[in-house]
Design a protein around this ligand. Structure first.
Ligand SMILES: Nc1ncnc2c1ncn2[C@@H]1O[C@H](COP(=O)(O)OP(=O)(O)OP(=O)(O)O)[C@@H](O)[C@H]1O
Length: 358
């Protein structure tokens, strides 16, 4: 018969300063899209590290690479010096837990049961043992339940242990997710937008909770869009832009970096990730527009004095009209050509011009 073992022993808290997470050169491609590009990031014990970046910067994809949900195209992820296999359950077993951007509770289970689910990686309950409910199983079950209640007390929800998860207010559901993640006794907790949808009081409470988690010796890596929250909370902040790490530093360093501000405002800046690709696209568009404008000029009736060549505006055409004897014909020609050779910056009109030119 399979024996029941409760492995409730907590992993020893890392000594201060030990590298808990070491991600190096993590790259994730989806077909032609590089969502994460060569990202290096370390998180040390005793630290709260923030990961920020505009929408679509690759933050969640990076989390998914860390937790084995995605197999990175390149790079490796180590936890306390051991390279992690890209399998979520093995990553959890190793000591990394996470929450998700969207709440993923078992809504028809009680608060306590939700936390107990999070304990399963720390217990080994054999099938026979579970079916027969022998003394070993009962002991393990009681230990798990005690630990789950301890966690509920820690997040302030012990009085709601028997409530259905779906009946909790939003802020408490978020807390419960954190308790469930903590139930696997992690050394590193990854939080994906833990305060999304929270009111200011709930956000403040979440901040307190994360500090308390750090004080228990658990390192935290947190994605969040609420900058006040991030800069208040984190010892270090890394900013991703278009999949690349733009900057990493203290809250003050990152907060004051004008490239970060520009990235959030969507303004271009020298050396911005993706800037080279954007410049290539711009040059190609410019080239196509010039070619189309030339073709439009060539397609116009070949009158030596006709003004309707590429780049001429309608005003030019109208001026020329007055200088030409064949006024009616030239006016039509000039109008068409002038309209068709509007400044070449508009990619859509470039396409249609191209079509017409051919
Ligand atoms: N499974 C997938 N298949 C294809 N593309 C994906 C996949 N997951 C993410 N992406 C793309 O990768 C890019 C990064 O997405 P990701 O969700 O990681 O960004 P994010 O920084 O977390 O954004 P947000 O702050 O809005 O959550 C986006 O362009 C997204 O569309």
């Amino acid at each position: 018969m399979t024996t029941t073992t409760d492995t409730t022993t907590k992993p020893a808290a890392a000594p201060a300063g030990e590298t808990v997470l070491d991600a190096s050169g993590v790259t994730m491609r989806f077909g032609g899209l590089t969502a994460v590009k060569g990202v290096d990031l370390q998180v040390n014990s005793g630290e709260i590290v923030g990961l920020i970046g505009p929408n679509g910067a690759g933050k969640t994809t990076f989390f998914n690479c860390l937790t084995g949900l995605y197999v990175p195209t390149e790079g490796k992820v180590s936890y306390k010096g051991t390279v992690l296999p890209p399998k979520p359950h093995l990553v959890t077993q190793a000591g990394i837990a996470r929450t998700f951007q969207n709440i993923r509770l078992f809504s028809n289970m009680t608060v306590l049961e939700n936390v107990l689910v999070g304990r399963h990686t720390r217990t080994k309950e054999g099938l026979w043992s579970a079916l027969l409910r022998g003394p070993g199983f009962k002991k393990a079950e009681a230990a798990s339940e005690a630990r789950a209640m301890e966690l509920l007390e820690f997040i302030g929800l012990e009085h709601k242990a028997q409530h259905l998860a779906k009946n909790l207010p939003y802020g408490e559901q978020r807390k419960l997710e954190i308790a469930r993640a903590l139930a696997s006794d992690p050394g590193l907790l990854l939080l994906d937008e833990p305060t999304a949808g929270m009111n200011p009081q709930e956000t403040r409470a979440a901040e307190e909770l994360i500090f308390a988690i750090r004080d228990k010796g658990i390192a935290v890596l947190v994605i969040e869009h609420d900058m006040r929250f991030i800069f208040n909370l984190c010892d270090r902040v890394a900013c991703l832009v278009q999949g690349e790490k733009l900057i990493e530093g203290t809250a003050a360093e990152v907060q004051g970096d004008e490239r970060v501000i520009a990235a959030y405002l969507g303004e271009p800046f020298d050396g911005a990730p993706g800037a080279a690709e954007a410049a290539e696209v711009e040059a190609a568009e410019q080239h196509a527009a010039e070619a189309a404008a030339d073709a439009a000029g060539a397609a116009a009736p070949a009158k030596a004095d006709a003004p309707a060549k590429a780049g001429d505006t309608e005003e030019d055409a109208a001026d020329a009209e007055g200088q030409d004897d064949d006024t009616a014909d030239d006016a039509d020609t000039a109008e068409e050509a002038g309209t068709d050779s509007e400044p070449a910056a508009d990619a859509d009109s470039t396409t249609s011009k191209d079509g017409e030119a051919k």
